[in-house]
Each structure stands twice: as structure tokens, then as C-alpha cells.
Design a protein around this ligand. Structure first.
Ligand code: NAP
Length: 262
């Protein structure tokens, strides 16, 4: 429950996870500022839409200046891109694009909002990273580099902001059911991925939005500098299914308790 109508900025909210986060925050009673590269018609209803291209240094600098005047209470750095490819032949131009969108722009926006948040002794920042901010994958080196970087930025921001009740955290989604993931993987691949996830399925955008909604709320009074992985248990489990739990119960003394509680 929001006691005062706070203003939240959600970047990259024309579609995907950002859009669902913006919709959730509006439903929770926040005033919402959204961004995208397209037209206002694509924006979530009842939001203040800003056209910003994070690959364009002038565009992001202008938006950062607007945020200094707007003095939002909440910033969700969601906009992000990936251009996969092996390091050997990776284009420096593409690396610079990922750096601009995934790391440089979130840094500039955090820099723009931190002073007013600190002055008011209230602020919440959520940087949307990825499970690629925790574990690498062949063909994703530039993406991993920017998401690990964003996680590092968040850890330090947590330390800088917490003394002034400006709580910065990262949300690291695993495989979430989105249009972008549908384009990146075939249906067969997605079935194989779901099979490896302990929860047995991809996550939903609403599940990510619910976590963000708590982190930016007044209920979060003490969590800062953390990276919260939301991945159905994937990165905390050994997902090699050499044997079933039933097989294991026969070789582990007392494992019947585990078997029964599953
Ligand atoms: N989907 C997943 O399973 C998954 C997993 C891990 C992490 N994530 C992270 O979650 C975030 C959202 O992912 P998603 O799958 O929802 O992405 P998406 O559907 O591709 O949407 C990306 C958003 O970012 C905006 N954007 C892209 N390039 C931009 C640029 N140059 N300047 C400004 N805005 C730009 C897009 O706006 P336009 O309308 O302008 O294109 C769009 O609103 C990303 O940071 C991603 O890395 C996603």
C-alpha cells in the first residue's frame, strides 16, 4: 500500500518485462514514467512516455537531465539488449551497443536520480540484470560483461545509498516467458530448458514484476545492494538428472522422508 503517490520510472517499458513492471506499478498506485524508442501510442496507458534511445549518447543525456528535474522516487533500469556471438569474431560496434544500453545508460540514470533521493531520504532503485550476471555462457560474453557490470554497480550503489534510505538492488531473471526469448530459442530448445529448471517451467513476467514491486515498496526497508535471482531454482541446483529421486531414496539412509515431502 503506497501512503504517498510516488513517481516511478521504468525504462524499456513498451513491451516485455518492463511493460508488465510498469502495469504492476500503476496498479499499485504509483505515477509512472515509461520509455521506449517508438511512439507514445506504444506506451502503457496512463503513463508519462519519454522517447529515449540508449544507444544515442545525446538522447540518454537529455533524458537524465529531465530526471534530475522530475526527481522520481523510484527508478527501474529494465531496458536491455543482447547480441550473441563468440568473442573471436565479435564486432566492437556491437559490444559498444550492449555497453551503451545495458550499463552506461543505467549508470547515467542512477547518477541523475541519486542526489534528489538522498536529499529526500527515500529512494528505491532496481536494476534488471540476468542470471548472466552470475554465470557465464559461451556466445554471451558481451552480455555477461555488461550484466556482471550492472550487478557490480548495484552492489556499490547499495552501499552509497543505504545510509540515506536509498535502497538499490538487482533483480536477475532466469528464463522468462517473453517475446524476446521466443525469438532467441526454438520451441524444442525451450522445452529442454524448462526440463532443466527445478520449477519445471519458464518464469512469467508477472512473477518478475511482483518481486520488483516489493523491492520498490515501503515494505522494503532494509534490503540493499543485493542481487535477487528469480529463475525457478536453476542456478542453485545441480540439474543433471542422472537418476530420479526415487532411485536416490533407495541408496540414502532415511531418504524416505525426502521422498515423502516432495
Ligand atoms: N526475457 C528474459 O527471459 C530475460 C532474462 C534475463 C534478463 N532479462 C532482462 O530483462 C530486461 C527486459 O527483457 P525483455 O525480454 O522484456 O526485453 P524486450 O522484450 O526485448 O524489451 C526490451 C525493452 O528495452 C527497450 N530497448 C531496447 N533497446 C533500446 C535502446 N537502444 N534504447 C532504449 N530502449 C531500448 C525496448 O524498447 P523499444 O520499444 O524501443 O524497442 C523494450 O521496451 C532486459 O534487461 C533483459 O536483459 C530478460
Amino acid at each position: 500500500m503506497v501512503t504517498r503517490r510516488r513517481t516511478a520510472v521504468v525504462t524499456g517499458s513498451t513491451r516485455g518485462i518492463g511493460r508488465v513492471i510498469a502495469e504492476r506499478l500503476i496498479a499499485d498506485g504509483y505515477r509512472c514514467v515509461t520509455t521506449g524508442r517508438g511512439h507514445a501510442a506504444e506506451a502503457v496507458a496512463d503513463t508519462d512516455f519519454h522517447r529515449v534511445d540508449f544507444e544515442d549518447a545525446a538522447s540518454v543525456t537529455a533524458f537524465a537531465a529531465e530526471l534530475r528535474d522530475l526527481r522520481p522516487d523510484i527508478l527501474v533500469n529494465n531496458a536491455g539488449i543482447n547480441i550473441p556471438g563468440a568473442v573471436d569474431a565479435y564486432s566492437v560496434h556491437d559490444f559498444d551497443r550492449l555497453y551503451a544500453v545495458n550499463l552506461r545508460s543505467p549508470f547515467l540514470l542512477c547518477q541523475a536520480v541519486m542526489p534528489s533521493m538522498k536529499a529526500r531520504s527515500w529512494g528505491r532503485i532496481v536494476n534488471i540484470t540476468s542470471l548472466r550476471s552470475r554465470i557465464g555462457r559461451a556466445g554471451d560474453a558481451p552480455f555477461c560483461a555488461t550484466k556482471f557490470g550492472l550487478d557490480g554497480l548495484t552492489a556499490a550503489l547499495g552501499a552509497e545509498g543505504a545510509p540515506c534510505n536509498v535502497l538499490a538492488n538487482a533483480v536477475a531473471p532466469g528464463y522468462i516467458s517473453t517475446e524476446s526469448i521466443g525469438k532467441a530459442f526454438s520451441n524444442t530448445d525451450l522445452k529442454g530448458i524448462a526440463h532443466k529448471i527445478p520449477a519445471g517451467r519458464l518464469g512469467t513476467m508477472a512473477e518478475v514484476a511482483a518481486l520488483v514491486a516489493w523491492l520498490v515498496s515501503e515494505e522494503n526497508t532494509y534490503m540493499a545492494g543485493q542481487s535477487l535471482v528469480i529463475d525457478g531454482g536453476l542456478t542453485r541446483a545441480d540439474t543433471e538428472r542422472w537418476f530420479t529421486l526415487d532411485d536416490r531414496s533407495q541408496s540414502i539412509p532415511g531418504a524416505g522422508v525426502v521422498k515423502g515431502s516432495r
